[in-house]
Design a binder for this molecule. Structure first.
Ligand code: T6T
Length: 328
């Protein structure tokens, strides 16, 4: 129990470290009343992902307070070539603002440069861009700190000794890259933990399962896996079950989707690094509204993570952090 209190404390520290962005003033030219009936375009990374559904709940509830409509359009896969035409189509409808989770830090710079040139106020949610000056606000988890928390959690679970693997969900997505980096930096502080490297599953659970099978064949003494998002973690757990290695290998997964929570309850997964997607949505709407109406805009907003385990999953605080598949 004590060890998990420490994990929660680490997650709480993430809040303190990440929620310290500087304020700034943006020139707005619309009155609060003038915003009523206008539309915010919301473009998450992929459709059907409980992380983005939970974020949508936050976006919709805050938008409603300002009389704004929300037009959500999501790509079928976490892929910039599918997300770019959605951005272009949304810009053509001249929304008051656009909230977007770019699926690639570089590939979305060009369409979003055009969106800005066409007068759209942009807010980044979750992921970011190589050039984040295109956006008035950027709201996300401190993903490097989350990756570091995962490293400490996994090291503890394996008794600070043995081989560990990272399954990175998408190279070029800022969140995947930052979580991997945070993990890799932190795991160096555990000298008896041997890092066997990162493999990419392209946001595909089946690919994560195959990565686990192949890694177990090459390293039968594998002790732990850090999966950098929901679909990497779900697939990693399936791979372990298929190999009959459930419980012999410990899994720490980013996110807290329904399948992940079930896998935690079944004992295939030992810890989840839960983000606060609804809060990201609320903060992003607040800041684009402030930008449009001449209010004070927070350019960088950090939200915290909490480490979820079987020891704390039934507490009301943690229950409230588990991701939703629909808004209540
Ligand atoms: O981990 C989240 C999100 O932060 C990431 O950018 C993409 O994957 C998720 O949506 C979980 O599936």
């Amino acid at each position: 129990m004590k060890k998990y209190r420490a994990l929660i404390a680490a997650g709480t520290l993430v809040v303190a470290l990440s929620a310290c962005s500087a304020g700034g003033q943006q020139p707005g030219n619309t009155s609060a009343d003038g915003l009523k009936g206008k539309t915010i375009s919301f473009i998450p990374g992929v459709s059907g992902d409980s992380f983005y559904i939970s974020m949508e709940c936050g976006v919709r509830s805050e938008a409603e307070k300002h009389g704004l409509k929300v037009d959500m359009q999501a790509p079928q896969q976490f892929d910039p070539s599918l997300q770019t035409p959605i951005v272009n189509a949304a810009v053509a409808k001249a929304p008051a603002a656009m909230l977007i989770a770019p699926t690639d830090a570089n590939a979305l710079v060009s369409p979003l440069t055009q969106a800005k040139a066409d007068g759209v106020t942009i807010g980044l949610v979750d992921t970011t861009l190589a050039n984040d000056s295109l956006a008035v606000t950027s709201v996300s988890t401190d993903n490097e700190a989350g990756g570091a928390a995962a490293a400490d959690a996994l090291a503890k679970l394996i008794g600070d000794k043995g081989k560990v693997l990272v399954i990175a969900f998408k190279a070029g997505a800022s969140t995947s890259d930052a979580r991997q980096k945070g993990f890799e930096e932190q795991i160096k502080k555990h000298p008896d933990v041997q890092y066997v490297g990162a493999q990419i599953n392209d946001n595909d659970p089946a690919k994560a399962a195959s990565i686990v099978s192949a890694t177990l064949a090459a390293h039968p003494d594998l002790k732990g896996i850090f999966a950098t998002n929901q679909f990497a973690a779900e697939g990693a757990a399936t791979g372990l079950r298929n190999a009959g290695a459930q419980g012999k290998v410990q899994i720490v997964g980013f996110d807290a989707g329904p399948v992940q929570v079930q896998q935690l309850r079944q004992g295939t997964v030992q810890a989840l690094i839960a983000q606060k997607p609804a809060e990201i949505g609320v903060q992003a709407v607040k800041n684009v509204v402030a930008s449009l109406t001449g209010g004070t805009v927070e350019k960088n907003v950090g939200t915290d993570t909490v480490t979820v385990t079987m020891d704390n999953i039934t507490t009301p605080e943690i229950e409230g952090m588990l991701y939703k598949t629909k808004c209540s």
